[in-house]
Write a protein that binds this ligand. Sequence first.
Ligand SMILES: Nc1nc2c(c(=O)[nH]1)N[C@H]1C(S)=C(S)[C@@H](COP(=O)(O)OP(=O)(O)OC[C@H]3O[C@@H](n4cnc5c(N)ncnc54)[C@H](O)[C@@H]3O)O[C@H]1N2
Ligand code: MOO
Length: 425
Amino acid sequence: MVAPALQTVDRPGKDNGRAAHGELTWDDARRLAFDCAGPLGPESMPLGEATGRTLAADVVALQEMPHYASSAMDGWTVSGDGPWVLTEAGQPLHSGEASPVVTGGVIPPGAQAVLRVESGRLGTNAAGQVMLMLREGASPGEPRPGQHIRKSGEESAAGEVLIPAGTTLNPAHIALAAVAGFDQLTVRGKPLVKMLVTGSEVVAARLPAPGQVRDAFGPQLSTVIQMLGGTPGPLVRIGDSYEEWLTALGASEAPMGQWPDVVVTTGGTGRSGADHFRNAVLALGGRLLIDGIAMRPGHPAAMGKLPNGRFVVGLPGNPLAALMALFTVGGPLLAALGHQPIPGISPVPCGTIIDAHRASTRLMPFRWIQDLAAPVDYTGPGMMRGLATADGVMVVPSRGVQPGEPVPAFALPWRPELRPPLAGS
Ligand SMILES: Nc1nc2c(c(=O)[nH]1)N[C@H]1C(S)=C(S)[C@@H](COP(=O)(O)OP(=O)(O)OC[C@H]3O[C@@H](n4cnc5c(N)ncnc54)[C@H](O)[C@@H]3O)O[C@H]1N2
Ligand code: MOO
């Protein structure tokens, strides 16, 4: 932010179970972010937007599939033995009659088979009627009864479950639902997340001048939110004034459009008079569920809940700190709202000694080096260079770690496998 008024803000929300300075432990913050939210209700979604969503109710065939008998070949529908008198397409056939049909065309009543175009030819009989007869080279017995007819119901009877609830919809499911006549599908709720990037010094393009910073969030935050199970909504930019914060977070719909389930803000989580996250949440009648976390980087991270049920996740302005806070709080919250389990933590063998730290869990991006997790360089709270090369993040306890000791770790959303690469890869 620009020229903060160095006047401290009273800490709201200090209550039972918290460390004296209001911060939660990393584990407690993660757990709270998951436990404070329940799965969103189902929603009806246009077919074309439902890929990747999880079906909330079985898709049941409304009628037989296919719903009418059709030709599998271009040719003629025929009744009885040939040669056949050619009649008008689509009319009921009597024995000894044929009519033209294209692939997918309706099989008329009385038709017993389809003679494909390669096996027949047209001529005239002595009475001048147009006749269909077998071409030389047609297979013996062609067309067999039922040949080249796609029977109705051969893919599904009416009432059969075509796609069971709980399925993650892929493009083939969408095509199947379309063929079955559906326009909308009922899918499990997925949190809509809007983003509020704050800071007068933040510029969204070109080389920043001294005192300015290039926005690290705008170009990637919506992607990460999607990877964490949210539907990214619009990204709104504001400066540093309290009024802008109130307007953007508050009752006015104008800047944020449709109500989101979650608003993720960046910056303004500090304690100076120019940091407004906490006061804006409280002024809007909200509660602070998380008011700082005993972790480095990202300790000022916060989370609130507004009276209308929206969650507000406050990420620090420093880019690495912000992503660590997003993984700690945003990931579990979005998982809970989106019917997913809390993101996993698994032990990794630490490749080095890590000294104790006063009272904080440290989130340390690491790389695999000879199957051991080695902390990467360039992990200052405002740096992205280290995380850009990282394979995962170690959750280092404040007591430190010995070489070879297993340390809890989590995967990065863009690198979901938390294990060393296979030898040779
Ligand atoms: N007196 C203290 N000062 C600070 C403390 C503290 O404990 N006492 N904690 C520091 C830590 S740690 C963090 S993290 C930040 C928290 O800052 P805010 O969330 O209030 O964020 P800002 O002050 O607005 O910005 C911090 C930093 O990040 C840069 N920034 C902001 N937005 C962006 C963006 N979109 N892209 C890239 N960089 C961004 C901003 O320019 C600042 O450099 O407070 C510390 N101070
Ligand atoms: O904790 Mo701050 O979050 O180090 O950048």
